[in-house]
Design a protein around this ligand. Structure first.
Ligand SMILES: [Zn+2]
Length: 312
């Protein structure tokens, strides 16, 4: 009797071991034949960075607008468009930022490509003020990512697209989005706390990229150029800004890394102000990428600059 039980135990034990080995062998085989990563293209840097943080190593991600290119200006070549035909997911900012997207969509004849307009479902600001000279009455401000709360919604749209393209990894994308959303909420609180009690509220910026940020934190954006750096001000507009800077004794004029600082420098000279970089993060320079900078680190640099400039 006793011996029989003992033998039974050994048999059960052996069976369990062989089952386990079988399982792990199957698991190994599964990893070997796992489907290829989803091919993702992102139009501009902020979309690329959000996609990177949500897709991590489960996506094969490419940035369409090259480092150092001024993103308002840039358009893909025929070759770039041909490459994008391989994409499973194409992520763009929307709200009119990438004027070339319509052409891309017309060219790419695919019923499986998932197009992500990250601005969709985000409440947009009408670009007023500076555009009266140019007459684009219904133009929207496309710089959505500079408001952390709206950026979070953009990232959520990216998460949803990844889940649609690759439902097997749903939990992975959801977890990464959750982490992203906690980090961006914390960034929002840092901005809110730091900017709630500054002495000045006006930001003289080189182009009108900071409308959403200004709205979120109760600041006033005064842009030298229009919604894109190429929309240069008329002499009358320049005179008006100069007057305003003198009246309010503005201490800082902001310029940016990918557009000419010329107008900001002229204005600063004229009114006796200093210049400082406020980065709209539409694109990074290769140097910034090599230095390991990303959306969050630059948003924090921007906040330090704003605290100093608006605190004096
Ligand atoms: Zn811009």
């Amino acid at each position: 009797m006793k011996i029989q039980k003992w033998i039974l135990c050994i048999i059960v034990g052996l069976l369990a071991v062989s089952l386990l080995t079988g399982c792990s062998q199957r698991a190994e085989i599964q990893t070997n034949i796992s489907p290829k990563k989803i091919q993702v293209y992102a139009s501009i840097y902020p979309m690329y960075d959000f996609a990177q943080k949500i897709g991590k190593d489960r996506i094969d991600l490419k940035l369409v607008t090259p480092p150092g290119a001024e993103p308002h200006d840039w358009e893909p070549t025929a070759r770039n468009i041909a490459e994008m035909k391989e994409a499973d997911v194409f992520i763009y900012n929307g709200a009119g930022f990438e004027s070339w997207v319509d052409k891309l969509v017309r060219t790419i004849d695919s019923d499986s490509l998932i197009l992500v307009d990250t601005s969709s479902g985000v409440e947009l600001l009408k670009a007023t003020d500076h555009i009266h000279d140019h007459g684009h009455a219904h133009q929207m401000d496309p710089h959505i990512w500079l408001d952390p709360i709206r950026a979070k919604k953009q990232a959520e749209n990216i998460q949803n697209a990844f889940i649609q393209a690759d439902p097997a990894n749903r939990a992975f994308y959801e977890k990464n989005y959750q982490e992203f959303s906690e980090e961006i909420e914390s960034l929002h609180k840092q901005y809110r706390d730091a900017l709630s009690n500054v002495k000045r509220r006006e930001m003289i910026v080189s182009h009108a990229a900071f409308g959403y940020l200004a709205e979120r934190y109760g600041l006033e954006q005064i842009p030298i150029s229009g919604i894109s750096p190429q929309e240069e001000p008329s002499p009358a507009k320049m005179a008006q800004i100069t007057r305003l800077c003198r009246e309010r004794q503005v201490k800082y004029i902001f310029f940016e890394t990918l557009a000419s600082p010329k107008l900001a420098e002229v204005l600063a000279d004229e009114v006796g102000a200093q210049t400082a970089v406020l980065n709209p993060i539409g694109g990074l320079t290769q140097q910034e990428i090599d230095a390991g900078k990303d959306y969050f680190s630059i948003m924090k640099e921007n906040l330090e600059v704003l605290k100093k400039a608006l605190g004096e």
